[in-house]
Design a protein around this ligand. Structure first.
Ligand code: HEC
Ligand code: HEC
Ligand code: HEC
Ligand code: HEC
Length: 487
């Protein structure tokens, strides 16, 4: 063997060893990496529930729960943020009456004409309900129901019926904690649970047993305790009731309210008997594609979040458009921008339809008011008043529902189409009635271009309606006293 040949052989043996050792090290490192990945995957499972101290039944203090569950507590606390805005939502406060002064005319004679702001994070619930101008001496305890875990605590202490009936002001020092843990969780197991009787009762009246709800349904039903249409049943009782006996659609609610003859207020300008819808978020959501496919409120509004490899439920309940990566993108493989643009485009179409219905309904109230001034009688106005209150109730089912149409775009469009239809029929009829009284031109449109101007415009109507109601009550009282004295 030549010298050079021997060298070449030694060289290749060396290379062989280097390759062998190299591969061994690489294999070892790969093994390490693989085991760390599986470990991390195990770690990123939801943390085990560990109570560091027992939590009392109906414990309303969120910080006490937070001691055992700091991640959930800390993310819950972030609902205090108020600077995040999206095109139609977010946590920033928007004064809806300043944005759309014609709403003041639509609610003339009802507290919403005084003040109506966009919702903020759960952290603000107690603060916002105590500072709104809508609350007055007539407000019942019922109004606390969807604001605080102190509400179920007080219901347990005083009885549900008594809680509702007691004046709002009486619990001012009792209700301290904003929407929190006890509203949705069992204190011993942390399982999701329904703390509000109104939801259980509504299910029972529909012949459904809420305790049979699946885990996935519960991830929406905890929200349905508050994010629904409701009314206070009974002049004295003020018993919180969801009008679902004939279904959750607007037609079902219309039928329900017609049967119960419930009315929220008499419109100060048109004299129509009105119903104000609250926020039928759950009802509208139930008619959309996501509910149909079993996607829950929590899937979008409380997605999973990871911190230090630990996966937990993000309790910063807010607009999912501020958190597209963790919510929508878990299921939809489109870019963030595509998702946001798609939502904004649905919402812009919805906003356009809302506005058209609002303009028609506002004009109709004003024209009915004008016909009254021209001497039209209650009999002559009965049908057109029914039309305006129907139009507004349909519009409100959609307008008061959050999300600007996103939760069920097609259903919202259908309902707005009917609202605009009722208002248009009303406009035709009122034109005929006014023509009979000699008015052939539309009534002059008042200047209601700002919230202040609109509030100043409705004031004399509201004062007159109040005076008339007071006079009627006094007359009834006198008549009753007279009957008593006579008998
Ligand atoms: C498929 C996802 C999805 C589901 C499911 C869903 N939402 Fe939404 N929600 C949205 C989007 C998107 C918006 C619009 C947010 C915006 O405009 O910034 C929204 C808006 C809202 C808002 C207003 C938030 C704001 O910032 O203005 C509330 C309240 C709300 N949803 C409650 C609910 C409730 C209650 C449920 C279940 C009954 C539910 N949502 C189910 C996606 C969802
Ligand atoms: C509006 C309802 C709601 C409120 C209020 C709420 N939670 Fe939750 N919580 C949920 C939902 C929904 C889940 C997901 C449960 C599931 O799918 O099993 C959850 C899950 C949890 C879990 C299980 C682990 C996890 O992260 O998924 C813990 C622990 C928890 N919450 C603690 C709290 C604490 C502490 C508070 C109060 C600061 C609180 N929650 C307030 C709805 C709520
Ligand atoms: C105990 C009643 C209650 C429960 C339960 C509840 N909410 Fe709310 N929610 C409210 C109230 C009241 C507000 C408005 C608070 C304010 O503006 O002060 C609100 C506001 C919101 C907002 C607006 C937040 C923002 O940043 O604009 C969203 C979104 C929301 N809730 C979604 C949900 C979802 C999803 C669930 C169920 C997981 C749920 N809520 C459960 C009562 C409740
Ligand atoms: C848990 C899974 C899941 C999440 C989270 C989710 N979606 Fe969906 N989404 C679906 C399903 C399922 C459909 C039905 C169509 C399909 O099967 O692809 C759908 C349909 C849609 C559609 C089409 C609607 C229609 O009427 O045709 C839009 C738009 C949409 N989602 C937007 C969103 C947005 C925005 C979010 C986040 C706020 C979101 N989705 C979150 C599962 C989800």
């Amino acid at each position: 063997m030549s010298r050079s040949g021997q060298k070449r052989e030694e060289g290749s043996a060396k290379i062989g060893w280097i390759v062998f050792i190299g591969c061994t090290i690489a294999a070892f490192l790969l093994g390490l990496l693989a085991s760390s990945i599986t470990e991390r995957r195990a770690e990123s499972h939801v943390a085990r529930l560990q109570f560091l101290q027992p939590i009392a039944e109906w414990e309303a203090d969120n910080a006490k729960w937070g001691m055992s569950f700091p991640r959930e507590y800390n993310s819950w606390e972030l609902t205090k943020k108020t600077e995040e805005a999206t095109k139609y939502g977010g946590s920033k406060t928007v004064d809806y009456l300043a944005e759309k002064p014609h709403l003041v005319v639509m609610w003339a004679g009802y507290p919403f004409a005084r003040s109506y702001n966009s919702p903020r994070g759960h952290y603000w619930a107690v603060n916002d309900v105590t500072s709104t101008k809508r609350v007055d001496e007539k407000t019942p305890g019922t109004c606390w129901t969807c604001k605080s875990p102190d509400a179920p605590r007080l219901m347990a202490e005083k009885g549900v019926g008594t809680f509702y009936k007691t004046p709002f002001a009486a619990f001012m020092n009792e209700v301290k904690n904003p929407i929190g843990c006890a509203d949705c969780h069992n204190n011993e197991t942390m399982a999701l649970q329904i703390s509000r009787p109104a939801l259980k009762e509504a299910f029972a009246r529909m012949g459904k047993d809420i305790t049979k709800a699946t885990h996935q349904e519960m991830r929406s039903l905890v929200c349905a305790q508050c994010h629904v249409e409701y009314y206070f049943k009974g002049k004295e009782d003020k018993y919180l009731t969801f009008p679902w006996d004939d279904g959750m659609s607007i037609e079902g609610m219309e039928e329900y309210y017609a049967k119960t003859e419930h009315v929220d207020w008499t419109h100060a300008i048109s004299g129509a008997k009105m119903i104000k819808m609250q926020h039928p978020d759950y009802e509208v959501y139930m008619q959309g594609i996501h509910a149909y496919r079993g996607v829950s409120c929590a899937d979008c509004h409380m997605p999973y979040k990871s911190e230090g490899g630990i996966k937990f439920t993000d309790h910063q309940v807010r607009s999912p458009l501020l958190n597209i990566a963790n919510s929508c993108q878990v299921c939809h493989r489109w870019s963030e921008e595509d998702i946001r643009n798609r939502v904004y485009s649905l919402q812009a179409k919805h906003a356009e339809m809302l506005e058209r219905a609002e303009k028609a309904i506002t004009t109709l109230h004003l024209e009915i008011g004008d016909a009254k001034k021209l001497g039209a009688s209650d009999d002559e106005l009965a049908n057109v008043r029914t039309l305006v209150s129907k139009a507004q109730m349909y519009w409100d089912y959609v307008a008061a529902n959050n999300g600007m149409g996103f939760h069920a775009p097609q259903e919202c469009a259908r309902v707005l189409d009917k609202a605009l239809g009722f208002a248009s029929d009303g406009l035709v009829e009122i034109a005929r009635i006014r023509a009979k009284k000699g008015a052939f031109e539309p009534a002059t449109v008042p200047d209601v271009a700002s919230k202040e101007k609109a509030q100043a415009y409705i004031k004399p109507f509201v004062d007159a309606a109040k005076a008339a109601a007071a006079a009627k009550e006094a007359a009834e009282k006198r008549a009753a006293e007279k009957a008593k004295a006579g008998g």
